[in-house]
Design a binder for this molecule. Structure first.
Ligand code: GLU
Length: 483
């Protein structure tokens, strides 16, 4: 049996779209599931759209997410170069072969003539397709134009009659009347190929057995198949994937600022959670299972689980999944991943075991860390209204009555840990004849300046340390006295 070979063929746009990453993931999973190779090819023939550093974004994202490719521009391989702009001669030779067999022809039409043809067709309410004008040039006419240095493109010569059919693994049989297909450009006047030519030549020469790509290519595939036929090559298997949508009617687009892998990393999502979530955008494992590592995805993936329907990107679901991943980390792993955020929050030198204990079960996204820990670095200038709680029947007057004995207690406390704090403050509640919430609520406000912190007043007090807690407590007592 031939070895399975799949490829991911992104255009270097400067960001990796979530839909593109999903295509890469499925191509990777399918190859690995079948003991095959996964290849990266950079499709950069559109020289006007080049973005500096864009290839690095692709290499880094694939490496970061574990989708390591067996062959590619920076990985080497026997079928290179893997960057299309470095394969110019290969496409030119193949275009020449097509011209010789009559499957393609040179077109010298000027922009002006094409605009006229377009206007005529549109006036008749017809869709523009090229009128094969240059197909009928004589050998002499062609030679004269070439000698005169007239620029030309190479167009595919689509048969005017008949139809072309193929079978897609997801969408089934696709049949297109040849009359609906246009004699598209295969080679541009700058000698660069279009996608139409390059995808066919490269997929064949790189030995790709399964072409996995977006559904936008589904209906043009008959055109590509006519090229395979003209070259006398076998067709690959086709697996077209439905789009990833923002909602029922809009595609997930870069404009929404939430379409690229990096956008999600920047928002504090975990790379494994992103991969896990996008695996389910258009593919279903058996038994509605949802949490999969990359290894488990390789094991579980099969084409029969792919869906035809557009997949809606549900950020809430991703966020839920992200929280599952965060909770699943060992303490050490959590600290390792959270370190950049701890540094940002200025707490990297604090008791990270305790911070982890309070943070890990409460986070949905890693970027929440600095904001949730902001109280450690700085005491906000809070409003006394924070001492008021209808439920606890507390107000600022009462808070003062609680905080003064608290201060006395904490000043003399030796076991300044959350457990030590717990035992002594609980005893104080009893002495004062107060409910725990009536003491802990005001205490938390007094030392953090906020009513909500991850963990309770004891954790906050331990994280702040004895000196800082006492300093803040005294300041809060003064503030209450002045009020
Ligand atoms: N360069 C094309 C794109 O980014 C690749 C399509 C394909 O996978 O063949 O859409």
């Amino acid at each position: 049996m031939t070895k399975v070979r799949t490829r991911f063929a992104p255009s270097p746009t400067g960001y990796l779209h979530i839909g593109g990453l999903r295509t890469a993931l499925y191509a990777y999973l399918f190859a690995k599931k079948n003991g095959g190779d996964f290849i990266l090819r950079i499709e950069d023939t559109d020289r006007e759209r080049l973005v500096e550093g864009a290839c690095d974004v692709i290499y880094n994202t694939l490496k970061d997410t574990g989708l390591s490719y067996d062959e590619g521009p920076d990985a080497g391989g026997d079928f290179g170069p893997y960057i299309q702009s470095e394969r110019k001669e290969i496409y030119q030779q193949h275009a020449q072969m097509l011209i010789e067999s009559g499957a393609a022809y040179r077109c010298f039409c000027t922009k002006e003539r094409l605009a006229e043809v377009r206007a005529e067709k549109e006036a008749k309410g017809e869709q523009f397709t090229y009128d094969k004008h240059c197909l009928h040039l004589s050998e002499e006419e062609i030679k004269a134009k070439l000698d005169a240095g007239e620029p030309f493109v190479v167009r595919q010569n689509i048969p005017a009659q008949g139809e072309t059919t193929y079978s897609d693994a997801v969408f089934g049989d696709i049949t297109v009347p040849n009359a609906d297909l246009d004699d598209n450009v295969l080679l541009k006047s700058d000698g660069m190929p279009t996608y139409n030519l390059a995808n066919v030549v490269d997929d064949h020469l790189m030995g790709i057995t399964h072409v996995i790509r977006g559904v936008e290519y589904l209906s043009s595939t008959p055109k590509y198949n006519l090229l395979y036929e003209a070259f006398g090559w076998n067709l690959p298997e086709y697996i077209h994937l439905p789009p990833v949508m923002k909602d029922k009617s809009q595609k997930l687009s870069k404009r929404h600022g939430d379409a690229s892998y990096q956008d999600f990393i920047d928002k504090g999502y975990i790379k494994e959670a992103i991969i896990n979530y996008i695996a389910l955008l258009g593919w279903n494992g058996k038994d509605n299972r949802e949490i999969f590592s990359l290894e488990e995805l390789i094991e579980a993936f099969d084409l029969s689980g792919l869906s035809k329907s557009p997949a809606i990107f549900d950020v809430e679901k991703l966020t839920w999944m992200n929280a599952q991943y965060i909770r699943g980390f060992s303490k050490e792993e959590f600290i390792r991943r959270a370190m950049p955020y701890f540094e940002q929050a200025g707490v990297a030198d604090k008791n990270l075991d305790l911070i982890t204990e309070v943070m890990q079960p409460r986070l949905e996204r890693m970027t929440e860390i600095p904001e949730k820990l902001a109280f450690i670095g700085e005491m906000p200038d809070y409003d006394l209204a924070l001492y008021e709680s209808k439920k606890m029947k507390t107000d600022s007057g009462m808070a003062l009555g609680v905080l003064e004995p608290c201060l006395e207690l904490l000043e003399s406390l030796n076991d300044y840990t959350k457990n030590g704090l717990h035992d002594s403050v609980m005893a104080l509640c009893e002495t004062l004849g107060m409910k725990t919430g009536q003491v802990l609520g005001p205490l938390r406000v007094a030392i953090t300046g906020t009513a909500v912190t991850p963990g309770g007043a004891f954790e906050a007090a331990e994280l702040l340390g004895k000196d800082e807690t006492l300093r803040r407590l005294k300041a809060s007592i003064e503030k209450l006295k002045k009020a």
